[in-house]
Design a protein around this ligand. Structure first.
Ligand code: GAR
Length: 221
């Protein structure tokens, strides 16, 4: 673990883990405000677990197919995560709906990244649905997790214009490029104490965010 353990985070994945990799790499840049203490997957054998292990981060699967009862699974997952006393639980392509009990346990300390401009297109297959609807714009949203699926307070978005060449996989790749830019920013803000969840809202620098910030408006160097 890096010496910046003041904000340990646990990343939850279900697949490739490209966002997870970006966060591990970002956490090792100096100055850093957070450390990735562990990675958990609900599926064994996914590529993201091997990536995390190769980067020296404890990486474990808690196989959801072996534990049918959602409440039991979420309690076990919560116990596993709690060993690391995380300041933040970061969902990075974690394709399970977390129970209200899990969300309460880590209230205000769970971030998710969703491949759409919420509140438009919650749920699955966002790229396909956006193309089918003939939208001109698409993107990504980072938000705090509440018990409402993809409905928690939005923090940061990045948008792109749909291009004539876009198909589902091309669009997914372009949106992922934006994901890799926005997620480290939001995690850093939370771990630096600039961003927090309170009374059902996201607050940045002591003011509630009525609308999510837009990546294009930030002066990031
Ligand atoms: C990302 O595109 C993320 O937005 C999406 O899964 C992908 C994971 O990619 N998450 C969801 O759809 C959550 N509802 P990654 O494993 O390469 O980071």
């Amino acid at each position: 673990m890096s010496k910046h353990a003041s904000c340990p985070i646990v990343v939850l994945i279900s697949g490739r883990g490209t966002n997870m990799r970006v966060l591990i790499e970002d956490s090792r840049r100096v100055p850093s405000s957070y450390a990735v203490a562990a990675v958990y997957s609900d599926k064994p054998g996914v590529a993201g677990l091997a990536t995390a292990a190769a980067l020296g981060v404890p990486a474990r699967a808690l196989d959801a197919s072996k534990i049918a009862d959602r409440a039991v699974y979420d309690e076990l997952l919560g116990d596993a995560i709690a060993q690391y006393s995380p300041s933040l639980v970061v969902l990075a392509g974690f394709m399970r709906i977390l129970s209200p009990a899990f969300v309460r346990r880590f209230e205000g300390r769970i971030l998710n990244i969703h491949p759409a401009l919420l509140p438009r297109y919650p749920g699955l297959h966002t790229h396909r649905r956006v193309l089918a609807a003939g939208e001109r714009e698409h993107g990504v949203t980072v938000h705090y997790v509440t018990a409402e699926l993809d409905g928690g307070p939005r923090i940061l978005q990045a948008a792109l214009a749909i291009e004539p060449e876009d198909n589902e996989s091309r669009l997914a790749a372009r949106v992922q490029g934006l994901e890799h830019q926005v997620y480290p920013v939001a995690v850093r803000w939370h771990c630096e104490g600039r961003l927090r969840y309170e009374a059902g809202a996201a607050w940045l620098d002591s003011a509630p965010l009525k609308e999510p910030l837009q990546l294009a408006d930030l002066n990031l160097t």
